[in-house]
Design a binder for this molecule. Structure first.
Ligand SMILES: [Zn+2]
Length: 138
């Protein structure tokens, strides 16, 4: 069994994963709606409350930004990402070399993130910054 440690530095925004889902009420069947809790024709609930993601679960992308996750997947990071990772067993683990970072244009990045996240109700200027995350997958 191998372990993968990945260090990310993300210039951008951190969001709570729970904030990326919205509660929606969907009809439980296609029969005409009544005020009853269940459909009298098929017995299905009249309304079913479900969570819908505000992002594409297949690509894990919002706008043009790839979602980067905390190890527990309670947080997601969006922005300009620099990634350093190490694959294999602990025996194979070695010190990570330094990485030269091409620093993004902060005002442009801030505006691009805001343009993507504001329509979703997810933009918070206070959460924009530089985040360093050590992600472990096993
Ligand atoms: Zn029905």
């Amino acid at each position: 069994m191998s372990v993968n440690y990945t260090a990310y530095t993300i210039t951008g925004i951190r969001l709570g994963m729970a904030d990326l889902y919205k509660q929606v009420d969907n009809r439980g069947c296609d029969h005409p709606e009544t005020k009853a809790k269940f459909c009298k024709e098929c017995g299905s609930p009249t309304w079913i409350q479900e969570e819908e993601p505000l992002f594409d679960e297949g690509t894990e992308v919002i706008g043009k930004f790839k979602m980067m996750f905390s190890t527990d997947r309670n947080f997601v990071y969006l922005g300009h990402t620099v990634e350093v990772d190490e694959y294999g067993t602990h025996d194979a683990f070695r010190p990570i070399e330094s990485v030269e970072v091409q620093f993004p244009a902060l005002i442009q990045l801030n505006d691009e993130l805001a343009a993507v996240l504001e329509p979703l109700g997810l933009w918070d200027q206070e959460k924009f910054g530089i985040w360093t995350v050590l992600h472990c997958s096993y």
